[in-house]
Write a protein that binds this ligand. Sequence first.
Ligand code: BG6
Length: 509
Amino acid sequence: MADRKNPLRDGARLKRTPQASTVVIFGATGDLTKRKLVPSLYSLHVEGLLPQDFKIIAFARRDKNDEIFRNDMREALQQHAGDIGNSTRMNQFLSLIHYHRGDFNQTEPYVELARSLEKLKSERGITGNRLFYLATPPSTYDAIIENLGAAKLNKSTSGWTRIIIEKPFGRDLRTAIELNNVVERVFAEDQIYRIDHYLGKETVQNILVFRFANGIFEPIWNRRYIDHVQITVAETLGVEGRGNFYEETGITRDIVQNHALQLFCLFAMEPPAAIDSSAVRNEKVKVLQAVKQFRERDVDDMVVRGQYAAGSLMGRRLPSYKEEEGVAPDSATETYFAAKFFIDNWRWADVPIYIRTGKRLPKRVTEIAIYFKNAPLQMFSEKARSQVGSNVLALRIQPDEGISLRFDSKVPGPSSFIRPVTMDFRYGTSFGQTPPDAYERLLLDALLGDSTLFTRSDENQMAWRLLDPLFKRWEQLGKIELPQYQIGTWGPAQADGLLRNDQREWRRL
Ligand code: BG6
């Protein structure tokens, strides 16, 4: 059994184990499969959360067979699954995996896949329930989806069929609509699970619980009490061998369009009528609809791009972005993004919401910091209040999962100095358990047919609509030299300027 307590085992969820099913992973030899998908499925297996009759079909181009692929996955589990299970469990799990070699662009491998699925059904009594997972580069999505349709794999005669599609879903509004049309020609919306793994994180789900299960925060969660908000998604990682991919996406498409805007929506949305897939997603869409659109001038004034230059991080000398493999020596791709957003509605009008995200920053940290308006402090002497800070509520998404509140306090002693102190909640200390990996939760939800934590097409498209003016302006500007920031620093000087112009500064993390 697992050495850790996994909250997915607890509570009502356990009463619903997924039905017998087969997961087909496209792009099975890729990084995502190794680092996240197979370890997460293994963890679900160890926890007893997978159905009795379960199979994984690994679909990829490379020349491998069951044995070779299982060995690859054994190594992947040893590296990425943490300290769970034992060798018997692992062997049991690995025996559920079958390798299916095929070119995504040809129809024959899909016809063979259909045959294999039928065979499993008749030989092993596995029902027709199947979950397709597209863990491939976005350029392959159209072909895979169309071929699944052509092989009539989009519906099962005896069970459900679902498809998980990895982000980025499109690269702007137009391509997102086009891709959606392709998917919806083959699958119905309730079969489609657009994944943004941030939604599978416990701390991200807790944003709604924190806001709506407590009586004390919602009354002050608005423009009367909140001065501004800072959303940070900082990484120490670089592009990790994905230079080609990054040249196509940049951090705006990789992180802002999805992860950062999801945090933004959960922070800003109105209370949904229920925590279910349609009510929650309706409210998120309303937030995005109310965000003030950027005009051309706003893009220049309110958005900062940057790119990392060579430098040191944690004692290691690291190359610049332009020196990464697969990156053009004159690349104008952004690895840092900071911007100021406004939501034009009754709750948020005039409250700036700043988002910053970057690769190769000094620390890995994701958080939402809510700065409250200052109290009138005239009653305290100038000396006493010299160190007073704003009240800041920080929702720490990772890695130090928790919530903290900063407030001012009297320094003990005869003087009347005031100094900020912090009240802290930590998941680890309060619950004594490690949150499961986001992919574990999301795979389980997809197997159970719950799409609340997945993105709906209108939500995805509203996020692209919001960013389209940025892409348009940057295209007009062409291949310019972006502001550089040294690896291990908090982004280009222009990002500090963005807040300094508003008499504010970025939170020191
Ligand atoms: C992925 C991005 O979606 O999220 C990566 O493509 C990024 O560039 C990763 O590193 C961050 O995820 P996490 O869960 O480590 O914050």
